[in-house]
Ligand binder design. Structure first.
Ligand code: ADP
Length: 656
């Protein structure tokens, strides 16, 4: 193949621009990304060679070499992994294969700091080389192809790249960075070792660098480090998770997290365990601090890598954790699975089932620990105030406050995903329910647990009341809450899209039933005294004739019309039958283009309200009034009248 010029996919050009402009203050991460690619390439070779051992050619020892040339101002990262065929170089180094790229690009703000954050989550990979290089040359040959079918790829990162045929004896890839002037610090063995130690110590392959020795200069000219031709490993070359916990520092755990997740922020928590028993495996699981941009995409993959006896098998092994824990990142290394396990096999394996159960429990207990730290101290911690505050104590308090804030941070990012677990993981439903937090009529922040709620329940209260709505404001102002407010009964306010669906799967908490205040007739049970009940019954009785007329007038819109005691200030509201789908969920499904059953709500009227009383006296406008009552109730809970123009006409007729 003679030299050919190709254009980068539009997104790549955009990404490159961003990489060079936003990641400027964090230059050294390019080395982590390129070494990680080299290590992946070796993992891939090892995997393919399971079936085709001849791919090893005569170099079975997989390794990464980092070399620099001061005169030429190049830094070269070489691996003897799987390598790239010519077409692969064109496809993989000119496009971004990841789904959701467009969406990612659209979220960029132009604010460099914020963008650097985002890009961190996205993972810049190979293109990060352009942070330090004004030209990158990639020379590669795919394992199994003849030397004459190598490829040279070159680009200045400006819009296009060149590809030509290359004869290359050695299998694998060399990435040659022609360093920018301001990146010369990386032409230094000591500096490179330091960066590799920081970011890549956990890589399980040896990372080799040429040994240097000091050579005195001639005639007092000063000496310099010169290469000796001898290569040595500069990393520990043992996968981090295989080391004992006590030998790993927090910093190393955090760096490992960053390298597998491409996240810039440290994780909120992690858990590292060796599980022994009928299935043996090691788990190292992390809870990130930030949700990725595509957490709610249907094709969002989980973040757990599967290894078998330290051999990398696959990324995003969905079978290892349920989907509602898809935000968890980490590594699971199994001692029992076969090396050639496929995704399909994973779904059926009993070992995987055990790993999945064990890992789910582990994540839930990590979350329980975070939640525990968020609870205020039971003894009212700061009752004692002293003037002299010990410095150390102050620091500890700072750290404790930080710990205490973690669960709220977690919940703000991932609470909505966690709720999916109610419908997905019946075995752990109670544990999940305990981890949920909501806003409520008694709290401004969304931190009320079911247990908090229960502790505050009124004498005689028999249910946990909640309401679902599109927004917090709509929930707070819903007419359905009026009687609860009057009686001082707390109601949980639920505004996540998944709430309605998830709550379908939770009918009680710790023996107390959950009751939507927008479903079924209100039965406040013992909370209503005899007098109130009697008054309500009498009102209903005397209102009966009007009720019959209302039912007739609204028979196309309302399933039923009845008198209620739940309203105080509002004339009417809509509710659905006890086990019916809520109007809000039906609307949501419709908006999403999905089939939703027609929900015919029940109209409940407040017999004491002047507008409702008017129905008895103003028979001339009965039909208009009835329809207005219904449509207003619909508006109040976030819906739209079927015929808005007719609604306006009716209101205007009355106003005039
Ligand atoms: P990612 O590694 O996240 O997929 P990159 O942009 O880093 O994204 O790399 C794109 C692709 O280029 C990789 O998926 C891989 O197929 C290929 N690639 C990159 N570096 C190497 C390498 N050293 N050896 C073989 N293939 C590589």
């Amino acid at each position: 193949m003679s030299k050919k010029t190709h254009s980068f996919q539009a997104e790549v050009a955009q990404l490159l621009h961003l990489v060079t402009h936003s990641l400027y203050s964090n230059k050294e991460i390019f080395l982590r990304e390129l070494i990680s690619n080299a290590s992946d390439a070796c993992d891939k070779l090892r995997f393919e060679a399971l079936d085709r051992p001849e791919l090893y050619e005569d170099a079975p020892n997989l390794e990464v070499r980092v070399a620099f040339d001061k005169k030429a101002r190049t830094l070269t990262i070489t691996d003897n992994g799987i390598g790239l065929a010519q077409q692969e170089a064109i496809d993989h180094l000119g496009t971004i294969a990841k789904s959701g790229t467009r969406e990612f690009m659209s979220r960029l703000t132009g604010d460099q700091k914020a963008d650097a954050q985002l890009i961190g989550q996205f993972g810049v990979g190979f293109y990060s080389g352009f942070i330090v290089a004004d030209r990158i040359t990639v020379e590669s040959r795919r394992a199994g192809l003849p030397p004459a079918e190598g490829v040279r790829w070159t680009s200045t990162g400006a819009g296009d790249f060149e590809v030509e045929t290359l004869t290359r004896e050695q299998r694998g890839t060399s990435v040659i960075l022609h360093l920018r002037e301001d990146a010369e610090e990386f032409l230094n063995g000591w500096k490179l070792k330091q960066v590799i130690g920081k970011y890549s110590d956990h890589i399980s392959l040896p990372i080799l660098m040429e040994k240097e020795e000091w050579k005195e200069g001639e005639d007092d000219k000063g000496g310099e480090m010169v290469p000796t031709g001898e290569w040595e490993a500069v990393n520990k070359a043992s996968a981090l998770w295989t080391r004992p916990r006590k030998d790993i520092t927090d910093e190393q755990y955090v760096e490992f997290y960053k390298s597998i997740s491409h996240d810039f922020e440290p994780p909120l928590a992690w858990s590292h365990n060796r599980v022994e028993g009928s299935t043996e495996y090691t788990q190292l699981l992390y809870i990130p601090a930030k949700a990725p941009y595509d957490l709610f995409n249907r094709d969002h993959k989980g973040g757990v890598k599967l290894y078998v006896k330290r051999v990398f098998i696959m990324d995003d092994a969905d079978a290892l954790l349920p989907s509602y824990l898809r935000f968890v990142k980490g590594v699971i290394d199994s001692a029992d699975l076969p090396l050639n396990v496929s995704r399909e096999l994973l779904q059926e394996s009993r070992d995987v089932k055990a790993i999945r159960e064990g890992s789910t429990k582990r994540v839930l207990s990590m979350l329980e620990d975070l939640a525990k730290k968020a609870a205020p101290p039971a003894d009212g911690g700061d009752a004692e105030v002293t003037d002299v505050v010990d410095k150390k104590e102050e620091q500890e308090e700072g750290a404790a406050a930080d710990e205490a804030g973690k669960y709220a941070r977690f919940y703000a990012e991932f609470g909505a995903v966690l709720k999916e677990g109610l419908g997905e993981d019946f075995a752990n439903r109670d544990r999940i329910a305990k981890l949920l937090r909501f806003a409520s009529t008694a709290s401004d922040s969304a931190n009320v647990s079911f247990a908090d709620y229960k502790a505050r329940m009124k004498e005689g209260q028999e249910a946990i009341y909640y309401i679902t709505a599109d927004t917090l404001a709509a929930a707070r102002n819903s007419p359905q809450l009026e009687v609860f407010r009057k009686k001082g009964i707390e109601v949980l306010l639920m505004t996540d899209r998944v709430d309605e669906w998830a709550l379908n799967y939770l009918t009680e908490f710790d023996g107390t039933p959950l009751q939507s205040v927008a479903k079924g007739a209100v039965d406040l049970g013992k909370l209503q005294d005899e007098e109130e009940k009697k008054a309500a019954e009498e009102a209903a009785e005397s209102f009966k004739p009007v009720l019959e007329k209302l039912k007739e007038a609204l028979k196309d819109k309302a399933e039923d019309v009845r008198v209620t005691t739940r309203l105080v200030d509002s004339p009417a509201c809509l509710v659905v039958q006890d086990h019916g789908m809520s109007m809000q969920l039906a609307r949501m499904l419709k908006q999403a283009g999905q089939k939703a059953p027609e929900v015919k709500p029940v109209l409940e009227v407040n017999a004491g309200h002047p507008l409702v009383k008017k129905l008895e006296s103003d028979t001339a406008h009965f039909d208009d009034l009835a329809n207005i009552l219904f449509d207003q109730a619909l508006l109040a809970e976030g819906g739209l009248p079927d015929d808005p123009a007719a609604y306006v006409r009716r209101v205007n007729a009355l106003l005039a």
